[in-house]
Design a protein around this ligand. Sequence first.
Ligand code: NAD
Length: 374
Amino acid sequence: MRIGIPAEIHAGETRVAATPETVKKMLAAGHQVTVQTGAGAGASIPDAEFEAAGAKLAGASDIYAQSEIVLKVRAPAADELARMNKGAVLIGLLAPHQADQVAAYAKQGIAAFAMERLPRTSRAQAMDVLSSQANIAGYKAVIVAASLYKRFFPMLMTAAGTVKAARVVVLGVGVAGLQAIATAKRLGAVIEASDVRPAVKEQVESLGAKFIDVPYETDEEREAAQGVGGYAKPMPQSWMDRQKAEVAKRVALADVVITTALIPGRPAPVLVTEEMVKSMKPGSVIVDLAAEAGGNCPLTELNKTVVKHGVTLVGDPNLAGSVAADASALYARNLLNFLNLLCDPKNGGAININREDDIIAGSLIAIDGSVVTK
Ligand code: NAD
């Protein structure tokens, strides 16, 4: 198949959907690959490396017009989408929760596969871009916090006296939260963490952090905490109120708070209120990884680092993009694994949209002029 890799034009996006490594593998599977000139610049991949891997270079117009399959990081802008051919395939983080965006894919007559919609199954793990990118964001959140925080993370015993270890609170312990705990632990912090899902307690403790226990009191709370398909559901207000009281005590003592709590397709739950921010020590840091979904703290400002009530709040929605080379390498491998499912090299590499396959069916959001309803 003719596969195209455009440069990302979304403001601040540094990642690219293929690397020389994945280009070689796509060529070996019998595809032709064209990369937009300069597409790898943000991820430190020069055009020459793509060419050496066997890709052709071209401008954006040619790539969109000539490709049967387009690999992207971000959802295309209207003018990018308008260049795609009817029947072409688009694969990327396509914002499936934005109805107008999904309707635009259908209108253009393309087959759109949103990587946000992959099922959380073992078979899909190698394609799971949300996990690979959240892992990086969790790591980088701690690095950013450590660099903004004006004290040490580890406890230090020196001739000049002892410095206490930083107290880190992690709210939301999915992929990003677990990596944040592991990274903060390596830096020597003392960590406490909260999540709605009961399975998380053991994972938190195995990383050497303390779980902020908020026991369930009703069947409704227990049922909601199980989530759906590996993702969280909104918790009943009764549990949220008790969690808030427990979290407030920890946040008041914290030097760094990292929030990652997300519920797919909904605004992020508010876990750190303005009152809690006011209770924090001056110089404390909050990194809100849920900024793009409205934030776990109402004081977070998207795309900005601000200081409020003496606390620094980081609202960077794309921390993975600040580790662009590795983020692209992992993202590109995820997409290659998805591509190999869609275009099985063992069957000649032609596109086969097998809607009996849960990964294909789960991620397909528009095809043949229609939005796919689940
Ligand atoms: P996510 O990014 O959607 O959410 C982050 C975390 O926020 C989740 O752990 C969620 O439970 C938590 N959260 C939501 N509301 C909250 C609240 N009110 N208070 C506290 N925490 C709250 O989640 P994710 O990181 O993508 O993954 C969620 C789970 O799915 C994890 O257990 C992960 O290990 C699992 N997973 C499985 C697979 C797989 O099997 N293929 C792949 C990826 C993730």
